[in-house]
Design a protein. Structure first.
Length: 405
């Protein structure tokens, strides 16, 4: 392959190659020249292997590399035809042909090898990344499971605390209430008016505390699914009568208009009347509480048959013109201890405007309604203490087929 005549002449061609438009040609030419000069392909191989690797790295096709070899060859060929006598040129052109054949083979081999290496690298990298991702996901899952366990443990501790505290408070509270009532009823307390006022204060405070303890007991019973229900046939209209009489009186004290539309054809349902009363009372109380003075409360109840299933329900709606509930809070207001915005915390007045309690009322309502196989949901344009968009609480109670007769 060593061809000194060719090498000498090739050196003379260098300036033409440098002028060739293809930037790779000059480098390839160096390799060809070295091969002709030394008889070794080592430099041509290293040049073409490097170029092939770069081509693969930037996604250039093999054709572009072969094209550069072809351009180099054509430039030299042109000079050979133009400058050398054909008899002498024959030998040189054969040598050139052999060298460029080699160059094409080396370039193709190198490119194929570079491509395979690149694929393998990508595959190894992809496998490493996927393994890394898998490990991360497993790590997160373990962390999440641990956090969930901790959360469940804390939730259980909270429930236990509520249950124990409520039960423990109940006994001494009953004693305080009992003694206060006894004193109020006896001559002893009538000695002075001042003593009577103090005793009444104690009784009212103890009653309020008793309500809170009862709420806590309900919350804990709902959480432990041990709420005791005493179902019986209930005439819902009658239940409403008692409740609405009291509520309209309270609403009047807040200068609120109280509208009632209870249909007379409500079917009798099998339910726990005390628990249902508790639910309706809470909803009406909340409507009064979260509506400003002069607002309007409307309680509606009617019989509804679902078109799709033919199932019967009693539908109750408690609508108010109060502060409303933001869309993002609609599901959370049913969580225990949840309150929205700035409320007058721990108000002693049950129906004072925005006089929030401990935030247990609606969580009990939801628990009780679900125990009675009913549904409850809220409709409200949002929370706004300037324009008062109001809220409507929808309650749906099932009518059992045989309880209608
Ligand atoms: P509490 O009244 O003891 O704070 P509830 O569980 O009865 O607890 O109510 C939770 C929260 O839901 C209230 O603090 C109030 O922010 C909101 N809410 C309940 N009823 C209404 C209503 N009718 N209009 C606007 N907000 C309400």
């Amino acid at each position: 392959m060593k061809n000194s005549t060719l090498a000498i002449w090739l050196e003379h061609c260098l300036e033409f190659i440098n002028q060739a438009e293809d930037p790779l040609s000059a480098v390839i030419f160096e390799g060809v020249l070295h091969a002709a000069d030394t008889g070794h392909l080592i430099m041509l191989e290293s040049i073409l292997s490097g170029t092939a690797h770069s081509a693969v790295a930037v996604n250039r096709p093999l054709e572009s590399l072969l094209n550069s070899i072809y351009i180099t060859k054509m430039v030299i060929w042109g000079r050979l035809e133009a400058e050398i006598d054909p008899a002498q040129a024959w030998d040189m052109s054969v040598g050139l042909e052999i060298l460029f054949q080699e160059a094409l083979i080396i370039a193709t081999d190198s490119y194929t090898k570079a491509l395979a290496e690149s694929h393998q690298r990508h595959a190894v990298e992809a496998a490493r990344l996927s393994q890394e991702a898998e490990q991360k996901v497993m790590g997160y899952a373990t962390e999440l499971a641990r956090a969930n366990r901790e959360l469940a443990r804390l939730e259980q501790a909270k429930s236990d605390f509520i249950s124990i505290a409520a039960h423990e408070l109940k006994t001494p509270l009953t004693i305080v209430q009992g003694y206060a009532d006894m004193l109020l009823e006896q001559e002893l307390a009538r000695v002075s008016e001042k003593a009577q006022t103090i005793l009444k204060g104690i009784a009212v405070g103890a009653e309020r505390m008793n309500d809170i303890v009862n709420d806590l007991l309900d919350v804990s019973a709902i959480e432990m699914s041990s709420l005791v229900l005493n179902p019986e046939p209930v005439v819902v209209g009658e239940l409403f009568q008692v409740l609405l009489e009291r509520a309209s009186h309270v609403a009047r004290s807040r200068q609120q208009t109280f509208n009632v539309d209870i249909k007379t054809d409500l079917p009798i349902i099998q339910t726990d009347p005390k628990r249902l009363y508790q639910v309706l009372d809470q909803l009406v109380n909340n409507a009064i509480k979260f509506t400003p003075d002069g607002g309007e409360i409307t309680v509606t109840a009617y019989h509804e048959t679902e078109a799709k299933t033919g199932a019967d329900f009693i539908k109750v709606e408690v609508a108010d013109t109060g502060i409303g509930i933001a869309p993002e809070d609609k599901e959370y207001v049913f969580d225990k201890f949840f309150r929205v915005g700035k409320t007058n915390l721990h108000s002693s007045g049950k129906v004072k405007f925005k006089g929030a309690g401990p935030g247990l009322g609606l969580s009990i309502v939801k628990g009780v309604v679900e125990s009675l196989n009913g549904q409850i949901w809220i409709e409200s344009q949002g929370y706004d203490e300037v324009n008062f968009p109001g809220s409507t609480f929808h309650l749906r109670l099932p009518v059992q087929k045989n309880s209608e007769e």
